[in-house]
Design a protein around this ligand. Structure first.
Ligand code: ADP
Ligand code: MG
Length: 218
């Protein structure tokens, strides 16, 4: 399988929205006729636990592997599924480094909090600099934003100045994420025409465009 079909969600900043992002993307793709798989490389098992709840992430399979062999697992799964979305732990782990090195695209959730962005930039630089094969191709995604807020605008410019590329779409702060998670669902499942589902769809489209073989842009 081409490594392009592997999307790794990573940041060492805890509570940024990694698991939310990974699950929302995978479920969106499944609802849109793709056959994604989630790899839970976080020993805290957030995705595995979601999959045990009644709505079971809409049937997206969740495979747990938080070992350094996660890449072997991802490649194997990639023979039957696409995309392969890997959720990583919030700490430096061999599994995280391996998943970063293997990814066609790394997606870095950035919480729209002025207290988080500096830490995120510092830790991402350190983490990415130790990845085999060099800094992976990555894009940041703003999470839990308030539309048109001064904070989000400021963080966007801080990231750009730090040389961190950002996707246009952002996942606005909405209650529905938590409500959906209670049942092992995502907003796309419980309110497919709602604002959150539309934001997830726009984000997923941006990511898919970056994964497409024709686009060689870094
Ligand atoms: N756009 C959003 N709106 C509201 N809550 C969100 C949003 N994105 C993430 N969250 C919440 O933030 C918390 C942390 O998210 P999570 O995905 O578990 O982060 P991580 O995996 O990075 O630790 C969760 O309670 C999740 O529901
Ligand atoms: Mg998580």
């Amino acid at each position: 399988m081409s490594r392009r079909a592997i999307v790794t969600v990573a940041t060492l900043k805890g509570g940024s929205g990694k698991s939310t992002l990974a699950s929302c993307l995978a479920v969106h793709w499944r609802l849109n006729g793709r056959d994604p798989v989630l790899v839970d490389a976080d020993p805290q098992r957030t995705l595995a636990r979601l999959a045990e709840r009644p709505q079971a992430l809409g049937g997206v399979p969740v495979i747990e592997d938080s070992s350094a062999d996660v890449v072997t697992t991802a490649r194997r799964l990639g023979k039957a599924h696409s995309p392969v979305v890997i959720d990583t732990a919030g700490f430096r782990a061999p599994a995280t480094l391996a998943a970063l090195a293997e990814a066609g695209l790394v997606v870095v959730p950035v919480k729209a909090s002025p207290l988080d962005v500096d830490v995120m930039i510092d830790t991402a630089r350190t983490l990415f600099s130790t990845v085999d094969g060099g800094v992976p191709r990555f894009r940041c995604v703003m999470m839990q934003t308030t539309r048109d807020s001064v904070i989000a605008r400021h963080i966007r410019s801080e990231l750009t100045e730090a040389g961190f590329p950002l996707l246009e779409s952002e996942l606005v702060n909405r209650i529905i994420y938590g409500e959906a998670a209670l049942f092992g669902a995502t907003p796309s499942m419980i309110e497919p025409r709602g604002a959150a589902a539309r934001e997830i769809a726009a984000l997923a489209d941006e990511i898919e465009a970056l994964l497409a073989p024709a686009k060689e842009t870094r």
